[in-house]
Design a binder for this molecule. Structure first.
Ligand SMILES: Cc1ncc(COP(=O)(O)O)c(C=O)c1O
Ligand SMILES: N[C@@H](CCCC[NH3+])C(=O)O
Length: 431
C-alpha cells in the first residue's frame, strides 16, 4: 500500500497524522474513516497556488459531493476556496458552517422549487443553470422575490474523457447541461431577453471524473474560450467567468498515474492564455471544481478483520466489519484500492486474499485478490484513499450504521462525525 500524506511507520505500526491506527481503533472502534487534515489543507494550498487564485483572481471551488461534513466546510473556508454544492442538503450544511454564501456555486440538473428558494434566500453567489426548466423556474422565483441572480450556463461540450462510463459527463449523450452541437445553448441564450431577473456571467462544463489526461481539459478550454467570443459577438453578452468543472484523477492503485495538481493547473492556465490571445479576447476569470483530488488520498478506512474463509485452491475471503455501505465504489464502478494490515505494516506480503464486506450481497467485495501480510481475525485492515465519495455515498443498507469520521493532525485526533447508533437508524421512523 502506497503511504499517502502524513502516513508513517513506527515499530511495525501505521500512523496517520502522528496517531497510530491501533489507538484510533481502541478509542473510536471500527469501521472508522480517518482524515489526514494536513494533506487536505496542503492539497487546497496547491490548488490556490498553482491555479493563481491570488495573482489572477481565479477561483478554486471544492466539490462538496466528495465529502462535506461541517468540519470540511470550515477548512474550505479557511483555505479561501469557493464551494460547489449540488443539493439543498449540501447548501444547508455550508450555511450551518457559516460558509460565505457569495462563494457558493449551486449546481444540480433538477433543482427543486424549494432548493431554488433556499439558494436565493441564502444569497448564493452563482446558480449553475442546467436546462430550460430551471431557467424558467429561476426567473419566476426571482421575479416573485424581486431579485436578480447571477448565473452560469452548464454546457455539454461534446468531449469524451477517458474514464468509467458512469462518471463521464461531457459527451453529447448526457443528462447534464445545454448541448452545444444541437443549438440548445444558443436557444437558451436567445431566450434570456425574456428573463430580466437573470444575469448570465459565466459558462460551465464538467467533462467527467477520475481523469488522468490533461488533453481533454485543453480541448475544453479551447471550446469554452471560443464560446465566450461567440456569445459576445452574437449576443453582446460579456462572459467574465469560465468554470471548467472538476475531475482531476488521483492514485488508488499502481495502475493509476495521476498528474500533479501543479501540472494540471499550469497547463490549463497556459492554454487559456494562448487561446484567448489567438482569438483576441481578455482571459476571463477561471474556475476549477476539484473534489476527489482534494480529499481522496487524505482519507482511509480502518476495519477489524473478522471471519477468514479459505476455500482450498480457489480463494481466501477475509471479511471486515464494513463494506459496500461505507464504500460503494468497488461495487458501483469496479474501483480498485490498496490495503494493508495497520498493526503489521512492516511485514512481508505472504498471502493473497479477497477483502469482503459484511453485507448480504455477493457483490460486496472491497478488493479482489490482493497480496497482503499474514492475516488473522482481530487485525486492523486499512484501505487507503477512501476520502472521496466514501462517507458521502455511504448507506444504511442492511441497517448498518454509518461509521464515525475522525480527523488526525500533529499527533492529535478529533471526532468530526459521530458513529450512528441503532437508535439513530430508527430516528425517522414513526413509532
Ligand atoms: C459539476 C461537477 N463539478 C465537480 C465535480 C467534482 O469532480 P471530482 O471529484 O472528480 O473532482 C463533479 C463530479 O464529478 C461535478 O459533477
Ligand atoms: N461518485 C463518483 C464520481 C461522480 C462524481 C459526481 N459527478 C465516484 O465515486 O467516483
Amino acid at each position: 500500500m502506497k503511504l499517502q500524506g502524513t502516513m508513517s511507520i513506527r515499530e511495525n505500526e501505521l500512523y496517520i497524522g502522528g496517531v497510530s491506527c491501533r489507538e484510533l481503533k481502541e478509542k473510536y472502534q471500527t469501521p472508522l474513516y480517518v482524515f489526514d487534515e494536513e494533506l487536505v489543507r496542503n492539497n487546497c494550498r496547491e490548488y490556490v497556488k498553482h491555479f493563481k487564485v491570488n495573482e489572477n483572481n481565479n477561483k478554486v471551488a471544492y466539490a462538496g459531493k466528495a465529502f462535506l461534513p461541517i468540519h470540511m466546510c470550515k477548512i474550505i473556508n479557511e483555505e479561501n476556496l469557493y464551494l460547489d454544492v449540488v443539493s439543498g442538503g449540501e447548501l444547508y450544511t455550508a450555511h450551518k458552517s457559516n460558509f460565505p454564501m457569495e462563494r457558493i456555486l449551486f449546481h444540480g440538473s433538477n433543482k427543486t422549487i424549494e432548493e431554488i428558494d433556499l439558494g436565493i434566500d441564502l444569497g448564493v453567489g452563482r446558480f449553475v443553470v442546467d436546462n430550460y426548466y430551471e431557467l424558467d423556474l429561476l426567473q419566476r422565483i426571482c421575479e416573485r422575490k424581486n431579485t436578480k441572480q447571477a448565473v452560469y450556463f452548464r454546457i455539454t461540450p461534446g468531449i469524451e474523457a477517458h474514464t468509467h462510463d458512469y462518471i463521464k459527463t461531457g459527451q453529447i449523450d448526457s443528462k447534464f447541461g445545454f448541448a452545444l452541437s444541437n443549438g440548445d445553448l444558443h436557444d437558451a441564450i436567445e431566450s434570456l431577453k425574456n428573463y430580466n431577473n437573470i444575469e448570465l456571467v459565466g459558462i460551465h462544463a464538467h467533462i467527467g471524473s477520475q481523469i488522468f489526461d490533461v488533453e481533454p481539459y485543453l480541448d475544453e478550454v479551447k471550446i469554452m474560450m471560443n464560446l465566450v467570443k461567440e456569445i459576445k459577438d452574437s449576443y453582446n453578452i460579456n462572459i467574465t467567468e469560465v468554470d471548467l468543472g472538476g475531475g482531476v484523477g488521483v492514485y488508488y492503485t499502481q495502475d493509476d498515474e495521476p498528474r500533479t495538481i501543479k501540472e494540471f493547473c499550469e497547463q490549463i492556465i497556459e492554454k487559456s492564455q494562448q487561446v484567448c490571445q489567438e482569438i483576441g479576447i481578455k482571459v476571463p476569470t477561471l474556475i476549477i471544481e476539484p473534489g476527489r483530488s482534494i480529499v481522496a488520498n487524505a482519507g482511509s478506512t480502518i476495519y477489524t478483520v473478522g471471519s477468514i474463509k479459505d476455500i482450498k485452491d480457489v480463494r481466501t475471503y477475509v471479511s471486515v466489519d464494513g463494506g459496500m455501505t461505507d464504500n460503494i465504489r468497488p461495487s458501483l464502478y469496479q474501483a480498485g484500492y490498496e490495503c494493508a494490515i495497520a498493526n503489521k505494516i512492516g511485514q512481508d506480503k505472504t498471502n493473497q486474499v479477497t477483502i469482503a464486506g459484511k453485507c448480504c450481497e455477493s457483490g460486496d467485495i472491497l478488493i479482489t485478490d490482493v497480496d497482503i501480510m499474514d492475516i488473522e481475525s482481530g487485525d486492523i485492515l486499512i484501505i487507503a484513499s477512501t476520502g472521496a465519495y466514501g462517507y458521502s455515498m455511504a448507506s444504511n443498507y442492511n441497517k448498518i450504521p454509518k461509521p464515525a469520521v475522525v480527523s488526525v493532525q500533529n499527533g492529535k485526533n478529533k471526532l468530526i462525525c459521530k458513529r450512528q447508533s441503532y437508535e439513530d437508524l430508527l430516528h425517522l421512523e414513526i413509532l
